[in-house]
Design a protein around this ligand. Structure first.
Ligand SMILES: O=C(O)c1cc(C(=O)O)c2c(n1)C(=O)C(=O)c1cc(C(=O)O)[nH]c1-2
Length: 241
């Protein structure tokens, strides 16, 4: 195989993958922040994305269990607290439910996952399976979409506040801490994927993991778009506005 990439070259390739494939380019994202969706369509987005939120700590617990040293586990367990809370301060899952509440969705219904799109379920479950079944390097690398999340979050929050009267800074409060938490996550993961690979093939695994992760975020918005925008065919059992 060809030569190893320098850390800067690897970083540039990761950035290029995000520039091309991150879900910031998905038509559904543009409709969402552009104010082009109805309230029921925004409800469908929040309901489905709840499953991503609820599964992130399952994913991180899976990675955590595979990390070989106390130092690495200490670093990774912060992610679990970010999403699950610590019993006193609410975590990301709880804050996401404040959004679904604010959109008028029944909490028990959201948490039951009954109305979930199959496409959401398959994409999210694929993330948890990926970090379980692939190398640890790939598992860590798959979190690197967070390099691009502050950008999409800023765009989404600003657009939604401007364009919808049914959301507020309070209901969108989930996103505020992510703007500072994501760069902390990324600093560690990026350093890890630059430091650990010993071969070009391993570096290619890192790039492949990021592509996979971009694809699973994309697939979630595809499922929403197909079911609730165009052609607008929610599968049997899925949330119906
Ligand atoms: O709002 C978004 O578009 C977005 C994207 C991503 C991402 O890129 O995976 C995450 C989040 N949000 C997020 O809130 C979050 O907690 C998160 C954790 C992770 C991860 O892979 O560990 N990604 C993301």
């Amino acid at each position: 195989m060809t030569d190893m990439l320098s850390p800067d070259e690897l970083h540039a390739r990761l950035q290029a993958i995000g520039d091309e494939r991150y879900h910031i380019h998905h038509p559904f994202h543009r409709l969402l922040h552009g104010g082009k969706l109805t309230k029921p369509q925004v409800q469908a987005w929040a309901l489905n994305r709840y499953y991503y939120q609820a599964s992130i700590p399952r994913k991180d617990a899976t990675v955590l269990a595979r990390l070989p040293t106390a130092e690495l586990r200490r670093e990774w367990r912060r992610r679990l607290v970010d999403h699950d809370g610590d019993g006193t301060a609410p975590g990301g899952i709880e804050r996401w439910l404040a959004l679904t509440d604010g959109l008028g969705l029944d909490r028990d219904y959201v948490v039951s996952l009954e109305g979930l799109l199959p496409g959401t379920r398959f994409a999210v479950d694929a993330y948890v399976a990926f970090v379980r079944d692939r190398t640890l390097l790939e598992a860590v690398a798959s979190s690197l979409t967070e390099m691009f999340s502050p950008n999409i979050i800023s765009q989404r929050v600003a657009g939604m506040l401007k364009n919808y009267d049914f959301v507020s800074e309070t209901t969108l409060a989930y996103f505020t801490p992510r703007l500072t938490q994501a760069p902390v996550d990324v600093a560690f993961a990026l350093d890890y994927v630059k430091r650990v690979p010993r071969t070009r093939a391993e570096q290619e695994q890192v790039l492949g993991a990021l592509r996979f992760k971009c694809d699973l975020l994309w697939a979630q918005l595809d499922a929403l778009h197909f079911a609730y925008v165009e052609p607008g065919l929610p599968p049997p059992g899925a949330f119906r506005p």
